[in-house]
Design a protein around this ligand. Structure first.
Ligand SMILES: N[C@@H](CCC(=O)N[C@@H](CS)C(=O)NCC(=O)O)C(=O)O
Length: 214
């Protein structure tokens, strides 16, 4: 099998999710690191493949896929040994889908407080409120539950956990998801679910440490 190529930015939470899912299901990726995402993804060749000029972008034998949740669904549907991460049963799958759509909104909310900081600006307090609101929602979703969708870990758990880990970019932002009791317990379950999750988080923390030392 020709290797799947991932156009990748090492610390990007979306890219981390794709690397994590590939690792968990045992798919090898050829990693093409972009140096400057705002330049490298905007060459005429790349724009033809991915008009959104975003990473991650996955290429599999001529098929070019963007949007992390679509990439994750594709990887599991095509390459996983079973469907536990993304069930084939429509009634089970819709539970995962609804949490993945929740995750899309959550990640946008988190990004809206992180991105201004990366450009030396203050985050809008209204956006911080929105993140806190999402965390309260997430805490309610986990009431009496081990996992976000169904009886076992799914793509939804990995996606939401990776989105929350983006908050580690700015420890000063004052938002700590583990202040919510159900989230705290669930996160430790996700962390213990697969060695690749721990490796992925460790890589992020090491990269952030290096960035801060610069
Ligand atoms: N909706 C996209 C968002 C991915 C995304 O935000 N990627 C960022 C890096 S973390 C990016 O490529 N930014 C460059 C750009 O938008 O031009 C997804 O879920 O895959």
């Amino acid at each position: 099998m020709a290797p799947l190529t991932l156009h990748n930015l090492h610390v990007s939470p979306p890219c981390r999710l794709v690397r994590l899912i590939a690792g968990v299901i045992g798919v090898d990726l050829k990693i093409e690191d972009v140096k400057d995402v705002f330049k490298d993804m905007k060459t005429p060749e790349m724009l033809k493949k991915n008009p959104q000029h975003t990473v991650p972008t996955l290429e599999d034998n001529g098929l070019c896929i963007t949007e992390i949740r679509a990439i994750a669904m594709y990887l599991v549907s095509k390459y996983a040994k079973d469907d536990s991460l993304y069930p084939k049963d429509v009634n089970k799958r819709v539970l995962v889908d609804q949490r993945l759509f929740f995750d899309q909104d959550l990640y946008q909310r988190i990004a809206s407080i992180l991105l201004p900081k990366l450009h030396g600006k203050q985050s809008d307090p209204a956006n911080i409120e929105k993140v806190n609101d999402s965390l309260e929602t997430l805490n309610r979703m986990l009431d009496g539950k081990q996992w976000l969708a169904g009886d076992n870990i799914t793509l939804a758990d990995y996606a939401v956990a990776v989105s929350l880990s983006a908050l580690e970019f700015d420890p000063e932002c004052g938002i700590n998801p583990t202040n919510q009791p159900n989230i705290k317990l669930w996160l430790s379950r996700v962390e213990g679910s697969h060695a690749k999750y721990g490796d992925n988080l460790k890589e992020l923390r090491e990269a952030l440490q290096k960035m801060r030392q610069k």
